[in-house]
Design a protein around this ligand. Structure first.
Ligand SMILES: Cc1ncc(COP(=O)(O)O)c(C=O)c1O
Length: 396
């Protein structure tokens, strides 16, 4: 039976990591995968996470299955982190949260739930969006359509075109919005733009589906959640896929939550039973380790403070690298304006290079990024800044 399956090429982003690992050049730089790295080029275990892991091991007395919705304390803590301490929709009992195996797991379960409620529903995604959104959401059976978002020429959001498209989306369709740190562009909506988006969604009865993979990497934990919290106040139904991979550095533990906002508590009870049933048919129950760590940290004032200070350091390091890269590039040439990099947020920015220029950076300088010239800014270090800036200018 398997003889009919052809060999597939490597995933474009994961394939880059493999090529980087095999490169023997000591100067090599990986700006491909969206994983935070410190100034030594490592992805460290956060101190708060290491402390929580010790507590977890000391406290755990069983490896019995977790409940189907995951670790209860993690659900309560995730809901508080995502929606804020006293969100009216949470207080009204309209929000239900389950743990999921990574943000990818949360997105996929949500897509399957949408497919049950509204088979073949249309979900509008930004152009561009994270490459994995399409297979994750499309293979559940949803119809995917695109709305304009990032204008490569001006390095800005094409907000007028985005709103114009939203104004034509049929009632009952869904739109996927990035809560913050848009992947792959780094260009985020302002609060005023979020408000305008909400006006259109409310007026037209469009359902928001928010993907939050970088809470705390943009402006701060509260600031980054502005759009989704405001939307949850204004719309009857909404979906939030929330990943702890980046902000807790728990990548391989597959820790995430899926929160669903329902119109009323009766629908919330029914929807909750359905989401558990969807998960049961895929993986039964989510892994416990990562979400237990989140539970322990967010239920300890001391560990929460430690985690927040580490997250602040990560955010500030990336913001500092953005400014440093802009300065380095503008000190070497004045024909091209790269100042947009310092205005963008989170891990990513598009350099605006051609595919040939990107390939030359890889072949001649061992600098790795996706063919679209999306860089993961966190992959830079102070030490390598000069080398990278000179190489970029050399290929321009
Ligand atoms: C926009 C976006 N959503 C979701 C995810 C999924 O994260 P994970 O499955 O690693 O938790 C990522 C990861 O890179 C992402 O960038």
């Amino acid at each position: 039976m398997f003889e009919v399956l052809p060999l597939l090429p490597n995933d474009p982003i994961l394939g880059l990591s493999i090529a980087y690992a095999n490169d023997v050049n000591a100067d090599k730089v990986d700006l491909g995968v969206g994983v935070y790295k410190n100034d030594s080029g490592q992805t460290p275990i956060m101190k708060a996470v290491a402390e929580a892991e010790k507590l977890r091991i000391a406290r755990d007395i069983t490896k019995a299955y977790t409940p189907p919705a995951g670790v209860p304390g993690a659900n309560e803590a995730s809901t508080r982190l995502v929606f804020g301490a006293e969100h009216p929709a949470v207080a009204a009992g309209r929000v239900r949260t389950v743990q999921a195996p990574g943000g990818c797991g949360a997105l996929r379960v949500a897509a399957e739930l949408i497919q049950r409620a509204k088979p073949g529903a249309t979900l509008w995604v930004s152009t561009p969006t994270w490459a994995n959104h399409m297979p994750l959401l499309g293979s559940a059976g949803l119809k995917l359509r695109e709305y304009p978002y990032y204008d490569y020429a001006s390095h800005n959001i094409n907000f007028a075109a985005m709103l114009a498209t939203f104004n034509e989306i049929p009632r009952g369709d869904l739109v996927l919005l990035h809560a913050c740190c848009h992947n792959p562009s780094g260009a985020d909506l302002t609060n005023a733009q979020w408000d305008q988006v909400a006006d259109v969604l409310v007026e037209r009865g469009i359902i928001p589906f928010v993907d939050m993979a970088y809470q705390g990497f943009g402006e701060g934990l509260e600031e980054d959640a502005y759009g989704l919290r405001m939307l949850a106040n204004r719309v009857p139904e909404m979906i939030v896929a929330n990943s702890f991979s980046k902000n807790f550095g728990l990548y391989r533990e597959r820790a995430a939550s899926l929160s669903l906002v329902f119109a009323d508590t009766r629908q919330a009870d029914a929807g909750f039973s359905q989401v558990l049933n969807v998960a049961r048919a895929i993986y039964s129950m989510p892994p416990a380790h990562g979400s237990t760590i989140v539970d322990i940290i967010l239920h300890s004032d001391e560990l929460t403070r430690l985690w927040q200070s580490e997250l602040t350091q990560m955010r500030e390091r990336i913001a500092g690298l953005r400014v440093h890269l802009v300065q380095s590039l503008s000190s070497l040439q004045q024909t091209r304006d790269f100042s947009f990099i310092a205005k963008e947020r989170g891990m990513f920015s598009f350099l605006g290079l051609t595919v040939e220029q990107v390939r030359k950076l890889k072949s001649d300088y061992s600098i790795y990024m996706t063919d679209t010239s999306r860089i993961s800014v966190a992959g830079l270090t102070k030490e390598k800044m000069d080398y990278v800036a000179k190489a970029i200018v050399a290929v321009l």
